[in-house]
Design a protein around this ligand. Structure first.
Ligand SMILES: [Zn+2]
Length: 223
């Protein structure tokens, strides 16, 4: 994998961390780490499920754009009802680890925020129930207008941070967020003719690495 174009496809959607900022602003005593993990949760378990063959994705080798990635099946990680119900397990675990019901509840809220924000950008591929042949799939499809999506995602993140975060965190959150967002740029502007990631497993692995970096960045910036 050539390094630069691959970096241009680091799959981190910083818009999710706007939700983390809002949750932490509403409940300032909450530690940042479990909330940062929560808002990313569906995308953290998704790579493992792709590797295990339980969920699937198709990457178009001849097009790097995000709108050409087909999320063919991801009911466990990305459905509202089934995914939401399954995420009660990690939420309860977070509550136990931090000895706080509030942390558990806010973890769950964070996971649900992921689905809602994904529904804005994804094409119509997000399952509602997560089972059944006639399950409804939703998605407002902002990714179909990639340049606009790229700008709006950062504007949404930055506006949320400016509204709810303490000013001392502005530089770390806005600067680090911009850097992570720029790593996504090839998925929205299509600088390369081919998709440098190429295979679903590489795509999933890159998403995992990207989110781990993003969780570290957000947790360190929110203090
Ligand atoms: Zn997602």
């Amino acid at each position: 994998m050539p390094l630069l174009p691959t970096l241009g496809l680091t799959i981190v959607y910083i818009g999710h961390f706007a939700a983390a900022a809002v949750i932490l602003a509403v409940a300032p005593e909450t530690p940042a780490l479990p909330i940062a993990v929560a808002v990313a949760w569906p995308d953290i378990v998704w790579p493992g499920l792709v590797f295990a063959g339980k969920e699937s994705v198709k990457v178009d080798r001849n097009n790097p754009l995000q709108s050409c990635v087909k999320f063919t099946s991801y009911p466990y990680s990305h459905s509202l009802v089934l995914g939401g119900a399954l995420s009660i397990v990690p939420a309860a675990l977070a509550g136990l680890i931090y000895q706080s019901v509030l942390v558990g509840v806010l973890f769950w809220v964070g996971v649900l925020s992921h689905w809602l924000l994904d529904a804005v950008v994804h094409l119509r591929d997000l399952p509602v129930l997560g089972w059944g042949r006639n399950d409804r799939r939703v998605g407002f499809g902002l990714w179909a207008r990639p340049r606009l999506a790229f700008v709006l995602e950062y504007v949404f993140f930055a506006a949320s941070v400016l509204l709810v975060a303490p000013p001392s965190m502005f530089v770390g959150l806005l600067g680090g967020g911009l850097l992570l967002h720029l790593f996504n740029i090839n998925s929205f502007f299509g600088f390369t003719k081919k998709n440098p990631v190429g295979t679903p497993k590489r795509f999933a692995l890159l998403a995992l690495v990207g989110y781990v970096i993003a969780i570290i960045w957000f947790t360190m910036s929110w203090q």
